[in-house]
Design a protein around this ligand. Sequence first.
Ligand code: FES
Ligand SMILES: [Fe+2]
Length: 424
Amino acid sequence: MNNPTDFNQLANQPDRYHELSTPEKNHLSLYTKPEILDAELKRIFYTTWVYIGHDSEIPDAGDYKSTYIGKVPVLMSRDKDEKVHVVINRCMHRGLTVCPEEYGNSRYFVCPYHGWTYAHDGSLVETGAPEGYSEGEIDKASMGLMPAPRVDSYRGFVFASLSKTGRSLDEHLGRAKPHLDNYVDRSPLGTITSSKSGLYKYTYDGNWKIQLEGSVEGYHVAFTHQTFLQIAMKKNPDIIKHFKNPDLRGIDLGNGHNIIEVMRMPPELVRQVYPEPFRQQVAERVGEDVMYDILGTTKNLVIFPNLALLEHQIRVIRPLAVDKTLVETHHTLLDGAPDIVNQQRVRGHERFYGPAGFGGPDDIEMFNRMQEGYQAEMIEWVYFNRGLSVETTNEDGERIGKPDHETVQRATYYEWRKLMANAE
Ligand code: FES
Ligand SMILES: [Fe+2]
């Protein structure tokens, strides 16, 4: 199998796609072959739990958000009893998406073609011009918008699965849960707001997994973001030096989830950066030690397959084509925190990730160029072996490396191989 031609042949065998990825490297076809994206949609996006949106995006009865699971259009909404629903945004009559708006509020979803009217839970309330149907021609009970088979949420993060069976959301999140808790527990109220006002979307001409890999990419920072680091070092040398803490880790959390610790500040610096009464408000909920830990440690967390949580940001990844990806970034606010803290978060987010930010546009340039390089089909491998030989495993079975190792990227592909091996 070391002959490169053999791998090209493997890329034509759908039941063996998972063999195109190894712990050290991925075959080029994972990023370039449309059939592999089709298989990823079926075996990953339409099987496992996918992040849909945040509670705070639909705070009131009647609110909705339209989004996608892979390429399947869905609607997340809140009914009059505050219950959250996720239904497939596809009219049961002739197939239109019933709701094109990204966000809105309405009592019903009304298809614009012939007026079929649906409730938030998907049930068909009425057809347009019902007198044209004879008795029994429409079985209302079976002609509602199809609900996602499973919907669940954790700390305000709403997920859905298009598969009726499989592990629960709780099992899926597994060891990522304490890190999600940490993210939300920075709020004095224990809840966050995923802002719609600052929603920034971008596309890049590259495969969706490039952004997943890139959301926990500690290796590139010193190179790609050199200018930013130099400026930041001049402005805040006391803070920036903590990016170099030798204890920082990259962790494979299992189920494809992973995290890098980007920076750890000692308590005296946390006191400098975060004013009172904020620290005390947080400490009242979680205790002083945890407060210093979660406010002092900056982390990037990937929840496989389509969500990343960065310091100030919720990032959602959606494949459009094998070489085109759409990314949504929402800045996040800590509910109950003093305005100054949230203002700092928004400014920090804009400074690095905004359209004119110091970091995000450079990352997008890297992603585009990666996919451009993949056009060199005679070179078949993309490598992820940095730090593999010194990786350790802790008592929880987590693989541990450094943040600039590729432990975290490898974590994604352990799950990728597992799900892709199911070729049914
Ligand atoms: S296609 Fe939706 S009502 Fe006819
Ligand atoms: Fe970057």
